[in-house]
Design a protein. Structure first.
Length: 293
C-alpha cells in the first residue's frame, strides 16, 4: 500500500470517528456537561496511551522540554479548546449543523498552508473545492439558493465556526512537528498538557454549574470519545498529515457532513431527504476531483 493510499485511508477513518463525535455532541444535550465530557475524554485517552508511551516520554524528556512552548500551544488549540467548544456548540445546534460548519476547516487549512508554506492551489483543486462548497450549499439550503438569505445562525453555529479555525491551526502546527519528537511521545505529551489546561475549568463547572453523573450512558460515551474520537482518531489524522500533507488530508474532512448525516439518521432519527443525497454526491465528486492533484 502506497503512502498516498495509506494516508488517505487514515484521514478517512479519522473523519468517520469524528463524525460520530458530532452526533454525540448534539445527542447529549442536558445529560453530560461540556467541560466534564471534554476533561474525562482526554483523561481516558491519556490513561490508555500512558500504557504505551510513558517510558518513551521519560526517556525523551529533554526533547519534550526543548519544545515545550510548541507543545503547549498545540495542546491548547487542538485538545483544550477545539473539542471542548464543540460540546458547547452542540448544546444549541444540531449534529448536521455541526458537521456542515466543520467543513470550513479544510478551507482554513488551505488558506493557512498557502500563507505559511506557500503551497500552490492548482486550478483543478480550485474546481474541486468549488464543487464541494456547491454540495454543501445544496445541503444547507435544501436545493433553494434563495434560502441562503434566510439562514438563521445560533450561538452554537458561530461558536463552531471559531473552533474550526483553531483546529485548522492545530493541523498546521502538526505539520511543523519537530522530527525528534516521535508520534507516540508527541501525542502523549499534547494529550497530557491539554488535559491539565482543562482541569481548572472542569473543577469550576463541577462545583458551580453542573456535576458529572457517572451513569452507564456517561461511561459509554466518555469511553468512546476518549479512545476512538481522541486517541485513535488523532493518531490517524497526524499520520495522514505526515504521509500526504496538510491540504490533501484536510480535503477528506469534507466527508464529515456525509458521515454525520447518515449517522444522525440511524441514531438520532434525523431524516435524510433527496437534497441531502444529491449534495452528498456533489461533495464526494468534488473530493475526487481535488485529490487528483
Amino acid at each position: 500500500m502506497s503512502n498516498q493510499t495509506k494516508g488517505a485511508l487514515f484521514a478517512l477513518l479519522a473523519t468517520l470517528l469524528w463524525s460520530v463525535n458530532m452526533v454525540i455532541a448534539s445527542g447529549i444535550k442536558g445529560h453530560i456537561p461540556p467541560i466534564g465530557l471534554a476533561f474525562w475524554r482526554w483523561t481516558i485517552a491519556c490513561i490508555v496511551l500512558a500504557l504505551f508511551a510513558t517510558k518513551s516520554t521519560i526517556e525523551n524528556f529533554k526533547i519534550v522540554k526543548k519544545h515545550i512552548r510548541y507543545l503547549m500551544l498545540t495542546a491548547l488549540l487542538g485538545i483544550t479548546i477545539f473539542n471542548t467548544l464543540i460540546y458547547f456548540a452542540g448544546k444549541t445546534t444540531t449534529a448536521v449543523n455541526l458537521s456542515l460548519i466543520a467543513i470550513s476547516i479544510p478551507l482554513f487549512i488551505v488558506v493557512l498552508s498557502r500563507i505559511i508554506f506557500k503551497e500552490k492551489v492548482s486550478n483543478i483543486k480550485i474546481i474541486g473545492i468549488v464543487t464541494i462548497i456547491t454540495g454543501v450549499l445544496v445541503l444547507i439550503t435544501k436545493g433553494s439558493l434563495a434560502a441562503l438569505l434566510h439562514i438563521n445562525f445560533t450561538i452554537g453555529d458561530l461558536l463552531m465556526l471559531v473552533t474550526c479555525f483553531f483546529f485548522a491551526y492545530y493541523t498546521i502546527l502538526v505539520r511543523q512537528k519537530p522530527a525528534e519528537l516521535t508520534p507516540k511521545v508527541f501525542l502523549f505529551t499534547v494529550f497530557v498538557i491539554g488535559t491539565i489546561f482543562l482541569f481548572p475549568f472542569y473543577l469550576w463547572e463541577h462545583i458551580f454549574y453542573k456535576k458529572l453523573l457517572f451513569d452507564t450512558k456517561t461511561v459509554l460515551i466518555t469511553s468512546y470519545v476518549g479512545i476512538f474520537a481522541s486517541l485513535v482518531s488523532y493518531y490517524l489524522w497526524n499520520e495522514a498529515i505526515r504521509l500526504i500533507g496538510t491540504s490533501k488530508t484536510a480535503l477528506i474532512y469534507y466527508l464529515i457532513p456525509v458521515f454525520s448525516g447518515i449517522l444522525a439518521y440511524f441514531f438520532l432519527g434525523q431524516a435524510i431527504v433527496i437534497t441531502q443525497i444529491v449534495s452528498m454526491g456533489i461533495i464526494i465528486t468534488g473530493l475526487l476531483i481535488t485529490n487528483r492533484t
